[in-house]
Design a binder for this molecule. Structure first.
Ligand code: SAH
Length: 340
């Protein structure tokens, strides 16, 4: 059965009109779901009973199940069980500027990045829009606080689940939905070029982050198989197109992997690669996982890499680390649960 949390406002408007009712009920229903946070259709008082009972037949109002929670200072990780018994994760990070949640977009992932725990399990299926929306709703409910920022950087490749992702954005951004500002939402992709081009046309001003992780094709081919399909020249070209269309800035994520991509030469090559692009680079200390051999670059070398970028006038930050104690790296909690 479909879920009511997968419907955009427009979908609901169409539903009401198709059922001989009024369009404006869509706004009312949104506010019952996302402002009043009802748990049952019975709580709705301003929509006719017949319409509600057909709604109830067509769309479930059920939540997901949270089956595990792991807490550390400033970070909390939630394991969700889906209707088909699959598991996905979301991570809450408490920043000084608000609560940020990292959500998953697929069960498993087909991108096969060598350093990533999630990719050890092939994609089983895309998450439905409602499964993305409910990750946020349920964390807000458990926490008793609002989520101010959302990043789509959990399990999965969001641009490989493009249509559901855009519906998700439209629901959480809507003033009557979760009302999370587009500029507070970030989506990260490993570089699906056709989708980056398509995303240039998307009207909401959502932040785009690119998982770069290597400054040349030879190295990127080795750690990110997607690079064989869309090599750096094509990726950079798509990014330039996106920047021209949207007038925005792009983020490059760069995980530092010991003795793989963390040399001063790599830093200089990276400078050349992003020269002239309106971007900033987010250096990510690698979160080591038991199942994969990559090691984390030590702090002194991270600083050295950072300095080289800085001296070359690149906007660069080092990502604040959350949750290495609670297996917060992408896919780690699910792996533990399912003993993979
Ligand atoms: N598929 C998307 C989004 C999910 S991964 C993408 O590739 O961007 C989110 C980010 O976490 C990516 O930059 C990914 O490369 C990074 N990541 C994966 N495993 C990690 C680990 N063990 N430590 C640090 N970052 C990791």
């Amino acid at each position: 059965m479909k879920s009511i949390y997968g419907l955009t406002l427009e979908d609901m408007e169409n539903y009401f009109v198709e059922h001989g009712s009024k369009k404006f009920h869509a706004g009312q229903l949104f506010s019952w779901l996302y402002e009043k946070r009802i748990k049952s259709y019975d709580e709705i008082t301003n929509i006719k009973k017949e319409v509600l009972s057909s709604l109830e037949k067509d769309y479930s109002i059920k939540s997901l199940q949270i089956v595990d929670v792991q807490e550390d200072v400033d970070v909390c990780k939630y394991l969700f069980e889906l209707y088909d018994g699959e598991h996905i994760e979301a991570v809450l990070m408490r920043h000084d500027y608000g609560n940020s949640v990292c959500i998953s977009s697929q069960v498993g992932c087909n991108m096969g990045c060598k350093f990533c725990e999630s990719g050890r399990r092939r994609k089983v299926r895309n998450l439905e829009t409602y499964e993305m929306v409910l990750q946020l709703l349920m964390i807000e409910e458990t926490l008793g606080e609002r989520i101010s920022h959302v990043v789509v950087m959990g399990i999965g490749e969001p641009f490989d689940n493009y249509d559901n992702l855009l519906n998700f954005f439209s629901i959480i951004n809507h003033p009557k939905g979760l009302a999370i500002g587009a500029r507070h939402i970030t989506v990260s992709t490993c570089g699906l070029v056709p989708k980056i081009l398509e995303f240039s046309e998307f009207p909401l001003q959502i932040n785009l982050a690119i998982s770069l992780h290597a400054p040349n094709n030879k190295l990127r081919d080795k750690i990110m198989p997607i690079n064989k399909a869309y090599p750096l020249e094509e990726l950079i070209k798509a990014i330039k197109h996106y920047l021209k269309k949207t007038n925005r800035r792009i983020t490059f994520e760069y995980i530092l992997l010991k003795d793989v991509n963390d040399s001063p030469e790599c830093a200089l090559e990276l400078v050349q690669l992003v020269k002239g692009i309106n971007c900033y680079i987010n250096l990510i200390p690698y979160n080591e996982t038991n199942n994969i051999d990559f090691k984390r670059t030590n702090t002194i070398q991270i600083m050295r890499f950072y300095d080289i970028l800085k001296k070359n006038n690149i906007n660069v930050t080092i990502r604040k680390e959350f949750g290495s104690k609670i297996s917060a790296a992408c896919g780690q909690l699910r792996s533990k649960k399912e003993d993979l």
